[in-house]
Write a protein that binds this ligand. Structure first.
Ligand code: AMO
Length: 437
C-alpha cells in the first residue's frame, strides 16, 4: 500500500486530493445515511463525512460502530464545506481504527461537562486531551526555552546536579527521606549546595532546570511536593544586585520571547501579556513592613517574613503603580547560606524575594563565603554539620563572592497564564494527598 505522511488537521486544505488525518474521535453525528465525525489532533479538528452511497458498505458499517475517543486514521480527498470546522472536510476512501475506546469515558473531553480539579487530575491523561491543556503545556515548554535563550546568550552553562543527597539545604521540616542502600538519604529540596560548589570550581555562571522536592504539609494553591526550579548561580559579584539584574533581565527577555513565540497559545488561552517597561522596584524588607502597616494595617505574624496576605497586599500596592514585578531585599533570620547584612547595607541580610502579581516567584541573594561566619550560621540553625562536610570544604581552598536565585517554574506558568491553582500548570502534580497518577 502507498505510504502517506500524516497531515495535522490545521494543515489540511480543500482541494488536497489525498491526505491522511489521524487522531481521536471527538464527535459523531449519525443521521442515517450520513455520518459526520470530527477528528481531533493536537493542533485542532477536522470533519470527515461518510455517505452510505459513496464510501462503500463495509466502511460505512465500521464508522457507524465507532465510539467517541477511539483513535482512527482516515485517508481521503478534501472538499470545501462552509458548515464544517475550518470550512473543509475529508471525503474518506479508507479508515483504520488504531485503537477502540471503551465507554463510558471516565471524563468528558469535549468540555461540555465541567469537572472539578481533583477528578481531572485523577483522570489526567484524558483531561490532557483537551486543547486548552495542550496549549498550557506547549506554553510551559516555551517558558523554559525563553529562559534558556536568555541565560545561554549570557554565557551561563547548563548543569545537572544530584537529586539524592545526604542532607537538605532548606530546613529539616520539608525533607523527603529515601533509603539509599543501607543509609538514610533525602530528595533534594534545591540544588543550592551543588551550584555553590561549582562557583568554587570556577564555572562562574551556571543554571539548572530540575525537580525539587518539599514535604509541604498543607495543600495550598501555590505549593506542591515536587516542583520545577530554575536555578542560577554566578560568581565575582559585588552584591545581590548583580543577581537581581540577571533575574530582571531574564524575565523581561522571557515575556518578549513568549509574545513572539507563544502568540498562538496566548491568543487561544485568552491571555494578553504585558512587557514590563519599568525597572522592577527594589524595596527593603523594613520598607515592605512599613507599607503593609501604614497602607493596609497589616502586620505579618512572623516578624522575619511576609505572609501570603502581606505578599498579596504588596502586590496590589505595586500593581496600582503599574508594576507587577518587584523585589523585597534583606529578610531577617535567613537560611545559613545567605550572607547576613554587612555594615554598609542597613538591612538584615543579602537575601531577596521576587514577587509577581502578589506571589513569591523566586528567592535568591548573595551567599556567605566566609567559612567562620558560615560555621556559626549552621550552628545557630541547629544543623548537623557532619552531613555538610563536602560543602564546607569548598570554602577552604579559594572561592569567589557569589550569589544566585531559585525560581519556581510552575508558579511562573501559573501566574503568566492566570491559572487559579499551581496544579493546573503541572502535568502530574504531587501533593500530600496525591501520589498517583
Ligand atoms: P526557595 O525555597 O524560596 O529558595 O524556593 C525558590 C522558589 O521555588 C518555588 N518553590 C515552590 N514552588 C511550588 N511548591 C513548593 N513547595 C515550592 N517551594 C519553593 C518558589 C520559590 O520562590 N535555594 C533557594 C534559592 C536560592 O537562594 O538560590 C530556594 O530554594 O517559586
Amino acid at each position: 500500500m502507498e505510504r502517506i505522511d500524516r497531515t495535522y488537521s490545521t494543515d489540511v486544505k480543500s482541494g488536497d486530493d489525498k491526505v491522511k488525518v489521524s487522531g481521536w474521535v471527538h464527535e459523531i453525528r449519525d443521521i442515517g445515511k450520513l455520518v459526520f465525525i470530527v477528528i481531533r489532533d493536537r493542533k485542532g479538528k477536522i470533519q470527515a463525512t461518510f455517505k452510505e452511497d459513496e464510501c462503500g458498505e463495509e466502511l460505512f458499517k465500521e464508522v457507524k460502530n465507532l465510539g467517541k475517543e477511539s483513535v482512527v486514521e482516515i485517508t481521503g480527498s478534501v472538499e470545501e464545506n462552509g458548515q464544517a470546522p475550518g470550512g473543509r472536510e475529508v471525503k474518506p476512501d479508507e479508515m483504520v481504527v488504531l485503537s477502540e475506546a471503551e465507554t463510558p469515558l471516565p471524563l468528558e473531553v469535549s468540555g461540555s461537562v465541567d469537572s472539578d480539579l481533583s477528578t481531572r487530575l485523577d483522570e489526567r491523561f484524558i483531561d490532557l486531551r483537551k486543547k486548552e491543556e495542550f496549549d498550557i503545556f506547549s506554553f510551559r515548554s516555551k517558558v523554559v526555552s525563553g529562559l534558556r535563550d536568555y541565560f545561554e546568550s549570557e554565557e551561563f552553562v547548563e548543569i545537572h546536579t544530584p537529586i539524592i543527597s545526604k542532607g537538605g539545604a532548606e530546613g529539616g521540616a520539608t525533607l523527603f527521606p529515601v533509603i539509599y542502600y543501607q543509609e538514610e538519604a533525602f530528595l533534594r529540596q534545591s540544588p543550592q549546595l551543588y551550584k555553590q560548589m561549582l562557583m568554587a570550581a570556577g564555572f562562574d555562571k551556571v543554571f539548572e532546570i530540575g525537580p525539587s522536592f518539599r514535604a509541604e504539609k498543607f495543600g495550598t494553591s501555590r505549593h506542591v511536593s515536587e516542583f520545577t526550579q530554575w536555578d542560577v548561580e554566578m560568581a565575582f559579584i559585588e552584591d545581590q544586585n548583580d543577581v537581581m539584574d540577571h533575574l530582571e533581565k531574564g524575565l523581561k527577555h522571557l515575556i518578549g520571547y513568549l509574545k513572539e513565540n507563544a502568540s498562538r497559545e496566548l491568543e487561544d488561552l485568552g491571555i494578553e501579556l504585558k512587557e514590563p517597561d519599568y525597572d522592577f522596584p527594589r524595596i527593603k524588607f523594613d520598607e515592605a513592613i512599613d507599607i503593609l502597616e501604614k497602607e493596609y494595617d497589616h502586620v505579618p505574624e512572623d516578624p522575619t517574613d511576609l505572609d501570603t496576605k502581606g505578599e498579596k497586599l504588596l502586590g496590589k500596592y505595586f500593581e496600582e503603580k503599574g508594576k507587577e514585578f518587584f523585589f523585597v531585599v534583606g529578610y531577617p533570620g535567613e537560611k545559613f547560606y545567605y550572607m547576613q547584612g554587612r555594615e554598609e547595607d542597613d538591612m538584615a541580610s543579602r537575601k531577596f524575594d521576587l514577587i509577581y502579581r502578589g506571589q513569591e516567584l523566586s528567592s535568591g541573594g548573595q551567599r556567605e563565603h566566609r567559612i567562620d561566619v558560615l560555621h556559626k550560621a549552621m550552628e545557630e540553625e541547629g544543623m548537623d554539620k557532619s552531613n555538610f562536610e563536602f560543602f564546607l570544604q569548598i570554602f577552604k581552598y579559594g572561592i569567589p563572592p557569589h550569589g544566585g536565585f531559585g525560581l519556581g517554574v510552575d508558579r511562573l506558568v501559573t501566574k503568566l497564564l492566570e491559572l487559579d491553582n499551581i496544579k493546573e500548570g503541572i502535568m502530574f502534580p504531587r501533593d500530600p494527598n496525591r501520589l498517583s497518577p
